[in-house]
Design a protein. Structure first.
Length: 257
């Protein structure tokens, strides 16, 4: 039996992961800002993280798996994104994960065991146009995870980073901001995805059990990752084609103002 804490666990992938862990007999603390969560946790609040740590110590006597799942979706062309947009995306997606790692690393070191699972995105590995803020935030989570893998491994602490492509989830609801046209495209990709959160969660739990570092839970992500590594010309051609499509769409827009 594992002791698990999941952020953003009230819906979407977090809820699917919680259901998977619970079904096999693990003890799971579901945290979220939503009222339905077992424990309220705003991942940008150090005080909330301190409260979660104390609850885990009191009720579980320790922790085996920390899943930093909570985050927000984002999209937009660089000249349409405000400084406030960038601040929000980086604060939630990057510092939210950092706060979780900072909070629980001392406990994991004391235990001589533990597993940090950071949910990033395929956008942290492949970087399509018109998604610069989201790509940058998720690439930072990948870099954080790789660094901590080497830093904490000698303490007996494993690290995994999860990089799914689009799947059906309520993440699209967090899209709101400076470039509605690009955000509508992202919403369509999420809402029309072939896979649901439960399918992604099943692969994630399997690979976490195997203590795998880079978790690519769907075939689309694995194919794209291989293309970027081993067929870079084709990958670049595809990305430039997407950029050209965005240019055509922008030139066709009704002039603003």
């Amino acid at each position: 039996m594992k002791r698990v804490l999941i952020t953003g666990g009230a819906s979407g992938l977090g809820a699917a992961l919680a259901a998977r862990f619970t079904a096999r007999g693990d003890r799971v603390l579901v945290t979220d800002v939503a009222a339905s969560a077992e424990h309220r946790l705003d991942i940008t609040s150090e005080a909330d993280w301190a409260g979660a740590l104390e609850r885990v110590k009191d009720e579980f006597g320790g922790l085996d798996i920390l899943v930093n799942n909570a985050g927000i979706a984002a999209g937009g062309r660089i000249d349409r994104l405000s400084a406030e947009h960038w601040q929000r995306v980086l604060t939630v997606n990057v510092l939210g994960a950092v706060n979780g790692c900072r909070t629980f690393t001392p406990l994991f070191k004391e235990q001589g065991s533990g597993h940090i699972v950071n949910v990033a995105s395929a956008a942290g590995l492949m970087h399509p146009p018109s998604m610069s803020s989201y790509n940058a935030s998720k690439a930072a989570v990948v870099a954080l995870s790789e660094s901590l893998r080497y830093e904490l491994g000698p303490w007996g602490v494993a690290v995994s980073v999860v990089c799914p492509t689009f799947f059906r989830t309520n993440l699209a609801q967090s899209l709101s901001g400076d470039d509605p046209q690009m955000e509508q495209g992202a919403k369509r990709l999420i809402n029309n995805a072939r896979r649901g959160a439960d399918e992604i969660a099943a692969r994630v739990v399997h690979d976490v059990d195997a203590r795998k570092f880079l978790i690519l839970p769907d075939s689309d992500g694995r194919t794209a990752y291989r293309a970027k590594r081993f067929a870079r010309f084709l990958y670049d051609r595809r990305m430039f084609a997407l950029g050209a499509k965005t240019r055509r769409e922008e030139r066709a827009e009704v002039p603003r103002g």
